[in-house]
Design a protein around this ligand. Sequence first.
Ligand SMILES: NC(=O)c1ccc[n+]([C@@H]2O[C@H](COP(=O)([O-])OP(=O)(O)OC[C@H]3O[C@@H](n4cnc5c(N)ncnc54)[C@H](O)[C@@H]3O)[C@@H](O)[C@H]2O)c1
Length: 245
Amino acid sequence: MRLQNKIAVITGGAAGIGLATTELFLKEGATVIIWDIDPSGEATAVRLRNDGYTVRFQAVSVADKLQVNNAAAEVIKEFGRIDILINNAGITKDKTLLKMEQDDWDKVLSVNLTGVFNCTQVVAQQMKQQNYGRIVSASSNVGLRGNYGQTNYVATKSAIIGMTKVWALELGRFGITANCIAPGFIETQMTNAIPEEVKQKLTPMIPAGHWGKPIDIAYGYLYLASDEAAYVNGICLTIDGGSAR
Ligand SMILES: NC(=O)c1ccc[n+]([C@@H]2O[C@H](COP(=O)([O-])OP(=O)(O)OC[C@H]3O[C@@H](n4cnc5c(N)ncnc54)[C@H](O)[C@@H]3O)[C@@H](O)[C@H]2O)c1
């Protein structure tokens, strides 16, 4: 039980990597609050409460600062604190630079970049008062090496690595750590959108020989959110089967 009595907010916790993280954190003793725009998060929360866990779903778009503020206030009212923030929500709208529309750029930045800023700024205020916090954000290995057709997405994922280093510097003295994870190819609804023939071409580039599962990333979030990682601050942990070269 590595997260006993911890209150964890997981954005994008209704699906994919976020859902695997929700389930793992609950097993490790945390109370989990899912912030997601996918209404299926409510049924997931009901199912997990039936299993005896303490879990809430709040319909929140991370891109909307007011919704984030209100949701955080509700969590603090009910549970008194927020120990862990997992900035996991993210979207793609892939096109090459010359074909990318302004709306593709704006939407991806509003969720992946402004959303991470919104949640961190709001939750870090509470963490400062507690003199304790763990912030872990989803970057990507494409944020380290670039990727064809992903100007908007890569811009956000590189920025998350930079913001994480800033937050480590600014928040460290308040007992808060800020780290991020750079996943490689993970099987989720996000990567389901990639055509099968492209997926088959990508697989040989992975030294591990196969795509990752959501739980592979959830274990990384768990480590960086745990007290065992108390002295880990400002890093980007790559979890990609060795493919980020
Ligand atoms: N799957 C991969 O291969 C991969 C690789 C590198 C990084 N990542 C990153 O990991 C994170 C999780 O990815 P995933 O593959 O599980 O994606 P996913 O599409 O399976 O799940 C993303 C979740 O975020 C939610 N979401 C979307 N917009 C939101 C908003 N405005 N507010 C709140 N929630 C919102 C979705 O409803 C969904 O539940 C993302 O940040 C993604 O960029 C994924």
